[in-house]
Design a protein around this ligand. Structure first.
Ligand SMILES: Cc1ncc(C[n+]2csc(CCOP(=O)(O)OP(=O)(O)O)c2C)c(N)n1
Length: 633
């Protein structure tokens, strides 16, 4: 068991930080880095972002009194140093493992996590809510949001800045500017921050201005103070961060985010100011681990790796579904120049890296802006293009209304490549893709497909572009593909499933890669004398009614299997079909209960949900028994 940190061992954290000098704080920083790097090398996780905020986390916990004061980390992937400083040192090596520490802030894990995060750009809204609750209740703690420059590209953060400035809320927003989202950051705001960061003129002018006016007798100090309130004018030209000032915030910075003393000074300054304050700190993603500094995108989120050279421990033998999607899309885009691809800050994660290189003019990274991305896709389609929005299932949730109102209501041919659908594994409950079948199949005009293997995935993508005329979603998991040889892309007829196994005792209908488990289960059942038919649904919407009804009638009982919540999912669709057709045979639906699924490996959590071969087999046996009893009585 690794639990390094010999200096830290003798401390009571976070309180003792207040008694340490800068040199000792630097030792704490070094021990945090060492432990974080070792743990992520063992368990995998988000490394580069956390390494960049070690000094910030120390300064925050030295300056404030958590959990009395509330610190909200945006996204929360960078919260490891915070976790280490707030009573979780001993358990830290269980990070992201089943029953171990979560990779994101989680109030049920610690009082020091006042608000759960995982999805981007929520921290300022959360901090504002906490600050206003404090004011309503007559309490007096501080509230601090830490948000990255990437998360600042998300619209919600602007909505919150706009509101917090308007109501002059007392809160501090720390803008952690490392120039990076997962990859390079995009957009005008990022460029603006870059100008503040890199142009010494800004800082010099600010200092010169303050120096100049402070020397004007009597009115100088007043002038500086009142300039805070003057919009436009001289200050507009010379004060960095004016955009934040215009939104009602006092802007402080930029300061070096790896200098604990400087951060402490600016936090103390911020604490004296009434109303919302934005503190701009500049950090380096991956700081302190050479390989992460050199390749922050690779070390944003990484599997277990070799500490000595930063290389992954598990060599990639099999392509992932993401890889197959990326390659298949390239093939389609080469033949159809109307195909354009959109990502919301997930170019690599969604498999669009190659596309972005080969077709830079047909590729849009919109920033962490799923809502904008979807509406833009809708309009690209309205204007005659064939857009694909590649997105993780969990992040598409944010753009539900845009999918419904802008894409589906106009029946526009947007392809949604819904990656990380189903159980995602170690990232846990904020990242599970367990709702998309429900939220997509409930929208009129939407076609929803789920491939059972990578070959089917590329046929579905091909069909989506060549045959479908309205919106299409293809959902696939965060997993290695099966290693099949890929055939020439071919059309999958709209709404047609496929019978994989004949049988007369029980019908298993599965959607997605769980189809493979269903086939194994049918074989196991066969040796128990139960003949199970298996249908690969392929389409979750529209269902292949004829095929399903035909075999359901033959078998007399049905087991549905899906990697989605049961509420309103694929199995619900089958039940709705049976209700419509007056079929009253026993049906058992397997999927995820009405709860949030925590972290663990994908295999562990599939088992936990009863969605592995064993779980499906047991459910099939119970169902076969029910049918047998029914037949006797
Ligand atoms: C709504 C949403 N979309 C996408 C993501 C995936 N994501 C996690 S961190 C991240 C980049 C965040 O960049 P930044 O805020 O600058 O933090 P850094 O990692 O650079 O410290 C992205 C896109 C997410 N968590 N939430």
């Amino acid at each position: 068991m690794i639990c390094m940190g010999s200096f830290v061992d003798g401390l009571k954290l976070p309180d003792d930080l207040k008694n340490l000098d800068n040199k000792q704080l630097a030792i704490v920083a070094a021990e945090i880095r060492e432990y974080m790097i070792q743990t992520v090398a063992d368990n995998g996780g988000h490394l580069a972002a956390g390494l960049g905020v070690v000094e910030l986390a120390i300064a925050l916990h030295s300056n404030y009194n958590s959990p009395f004061d509330k610190i909200v980390w945006d996204v929360g992937h960078q919260s490891y140093p915070h976790k280490l400083l707030t009573g979780r040192w001993k358990q830290f090596n269980t990070l992201r493992q089943r029953d171990g520490l979560c990779g994101f802030p989680k109030p049920s894990e610690s009082l020091h996590d006042p608000f759960a995060t995982g999805h981007s750009s929520t921290s300022i809204s959360a901090a504002l809510g906490l600050a206003k609750a404090r004011d309503h209740l007559g309490e007096n703690h501080k509230v601090i949001a830490v948000i990255g420059d990437g998360a600042l590209t998300g619209g919600m953060s602007f909505e919150a800045l706009n509101h917090a400035g308007h109501i002059k809320a007392n809160l501090t927003v720390i803008l952690n500017d490392n120039k990076m989202s997962i990859g390079s950051n995009v957009g005008s705001m990022s460029a603006y921050l870059g100008r503040i960061r890199s142009d010494p003129k800004y800082s010099r002018l600010k200092k010169d201005y303050e120096h100049f006016v402070s020397r004007v007798p009597l009115i100088g100090k007043k002038l500086i103070d009142s300039t805070e309130k003057i919009k436009g004018g001289l200050k507009y030209l010379i004060v960095p961060g004016m955009i934040f000032e215009e939104l009602g915030f006092t802007y402080l910075g930029p300061v070096d985010g790896h200098n604990i003393g400087s951060i402490l000074n600016i936090l103390k300054q911020a604490d004296k100011i009434t109303g919302p304050v934005l503190v701009h700190i500049v950090t380096e993603k991956g700081k302190g681990y050479q390989y992460a500094e050199n390749a922050p995108e690779v070390f944003h989120g990484i599997g277990p790796f070799d500490l000595s050279n930063g290389l992954p421990l598990k060599k990639k033998k099999m392509p992932t579904y993401t890889d197959v999607f990326g390659n298949a899309l390239l093939g389609i885009a080469r033949k159809n120049e109307k195909v354009v691809a959109i990502t919301a800050a997930m170019t690599a994660g969604t498999g669009l890296k190659k596309f972005s290189k080969e077709f830079p003019d047909r590729f849009y990274d919109v920033g962490i802006a799923e809502q904008h991305g979807v509406t833009m896709a809708a309009a690209l389609a309205a204007g005659g293009m064939r857009p694909v929005f590649a997105v993780y299932s969990t992040f598409l949730q944010r753009a539900y209304d845009q999918v419904l109102h802008d894409v589906c209501m106009q029946n526009l041919p947007v392809v949604f490549a819904v990656d990380r659908a189903g159980i995602v594994g170690e990232d846990g409950e904020t990242h599970q893709g367990l709702f998309d079948l429900t939220y997509l199949r409930s929208i009129p005009n939407m076609t929803v497909m789920a491939p059972s293997n990578e070959d089917e995935l590329q046929h579905m993508l091909f069909s989506a572009f060549s045959q479908e005329e309205g919106p299409v979603a293809i959902r696939y998991p965060r997993d290695k593909a099966k290693g099949l040889e890929l055939m020439e892309p071919a059309l999958i007829p709209h709404g047609r499933g496929i019978l994989l196994n004949k049988g007369e005792d029980l019908l298993i209908i599965a959607a997605g890669t769980v189809v493979n488990f269903a086939v194994d289960v049918a074989e196991k059942l066969f040796w128990q004398g139960i003949k199970a038919a298996v249908i690969n649904a392929r389409f979750v919407k529209p269902l292949d009614e004829e095929l399903i009804l035909n075999w359901a009638r033959k078998c007399g009982c049905v087991l549905t299997v899906e990697e989605n919540v049961l509420t309103g999912g694929f199995g619900s669709g089958v039940l709705e079909l049976f209700e419509k057709k007056g079929i009253t045979i026993p049906v058992k639906r397997l999927g995820v209960d009405d709860c949030f699924i925590p972290h663990g490996t994908r295999a562990q959590m599939l088992e936990y949900c009863g969605l592995d071969t064993e779980g499906i087999y047991n459910a099939a046996l119970v169902l076969a028994d029910i049918k047998a009893v029914r037949e006797i009585t």
